[in-house]
Write a protein that binds this ligand. Structure first.
Ligand code: EPU
Length: 335
């Protein structure tokens, strides 16, 4: 086990925040991970670093999950169950599936991060969530150091939610995920307005999974900043789900407010719209800012500290609460 000390995490978080790990090690397989857990009680688990905001140094052993490998778990005529290890880059895995003509996750193209963290917040985009194709995952229990398989029904998936963020928070480290994908008769999902428009622009009427992926890539590139160019963590906030009474009340004052019906009693409101209307879109405060093309994304223009970005996020939350009476919660983990 190679342990480095006073290790910069700047290249290990997509916000590009400078913070130090007291100790740092990278594990390549489950056995190495279990060995680390046997020797160290207090660790910090690092995946792709795409959903966290570092506001301080980490005075622990940071364990980078770098377990690679993609394999066929099982298959029949119609479906394939593909197992991807936790350290695989998510987007490269999506492209691998498309190259093999395995359908289901193409709408989730170009999402930053690694495979192992996708179930934790049930990543989603353009009408699809990871839970739709998730079959199972393997995870190591941090204290018992045993391996457990979680089936879909064990995971309590919800909008950007799962058991791994709630009841079992910090108790398991996901080492691999199995996805059930189609081999034939792909059920492409182009219902999202922006995808429809992108396909129409390219005169595509019966899209392949590759066409959908290309459309999603084009849309994301036009709206969302590339973390390699401008530090960010995707959507910083979750879209708030509010009671229908509050929605109706707010609508009287803001009749143009967009919404999606979630249930008979609740609607989801796009936080990006609320933030834009509150005047924050494109604003910059030192090196911390709100992206000019998508107000839900906070960005680091270079040397912002995590605290500076958190301050901007709190000011946004307060302004939205004051203006609309709606609370918006961070989607990103603030460390
Ligand atoms: N909107 C604005 N101003 C903005 C941004 C959005 O008015 O600056 C409005 C749009 O006009 C539209 C609505 O808000 O009416 C929704 O916007 P968009 O389609 O861009 O999606 P979103 O709700 O802002 C969510 C996800 C994204 C995902 C997109 C596409 C969350 C927290 N975010 O964003 O996920 O890519 O839908 O499906 O649910 C991520 O989680 O990191 C992420 C990027």
């Amino acid at each position: 086990m190679n342990i480095q000390t006073d290790f910069s995490l700047k290249n290990y978080n997509t916000f590009g925040i400078e913070a130090k790990a007291m100790q740092f090690t990278s594990v390549q397989n489950t056995e190495e991970l279990i060995e680390v857990l046997q020797l160290n009680k207090d660790i910090f688990v690092l995946g792709g670093g795409s959903n966290m905001l570092l506001t301080q140094n980490i005075n622990k052993l940071v364990v980078h999950i770098n377990i690679k490998g993609i394999s066929i778990f099982k298959e029949n005529e119609d479906f394939v169950w593909v197992k991807a290890n936790a350290g695989e880059n998510w987007h490269e895995f999506v492209l691998w599936c498309i190259d093999h003509n395995y359908g289901g996750i193409e709408n989730l193209s170009l999402i930053p991060g690694n495979v192992g963290t996708t179930p934790i917040q049930n990543i989603g985009a353009y009408g699809v969530e990871i839970k739709d194709m998730f079959s199972s995952c393997e995870a190591v229990n941090v204290t018992e150091r045993t391996i457990k398989t979680f089936k879909k029904e064990d995971c309590n998936f919800g909008y950007r939610e799962s058991v791994f963020k709630n009841e079992l928070k910090n108790q398991y480290i996901i080492t691999s995920v199995v996805f059930k994908l189609t081999k034939i008769n792909h059920k492409t999902n182009s219902s999202y307005g922006a995808i429809e428009a992108e396909l129409a622009q390219n005169n595509i009427t019966s899209p392949t999974i590759k066409d959908i992926s290309n459309a999603v890539i084009a849309i994301r590139k036009s709206k969302l900043p590339d973390p390699k160019v401008l530090g960010n963590s995707g959507s910083f906030f979750k879209n708030p789900i509010i009671p229908i009474e509050l929605y109706k009340k707010t609508l009287l004052q803001y009749p143009e407010m967009p919404h999606y019906v979630v249930s008979e009693t609740e609607v989801k409101v796009p936080a990006g719209w609320l933030i834009e209307q509150a005047g924050f879109k494109g604003k910059r405060f030192g090196d911390a800012g709100i992206h000019e093309k998508q107000a839900l994304v906070l960005v680091n223009y270079g040397n912002a500290t995590g605290e500076e970005i958190v301050t901007v996020s709190r000011n946004i939350q307060k302004a939205i609460l004051d203006k609309y009476g709606i609370s918006i919660d961070a989607e990103v983990n603030i460390i």
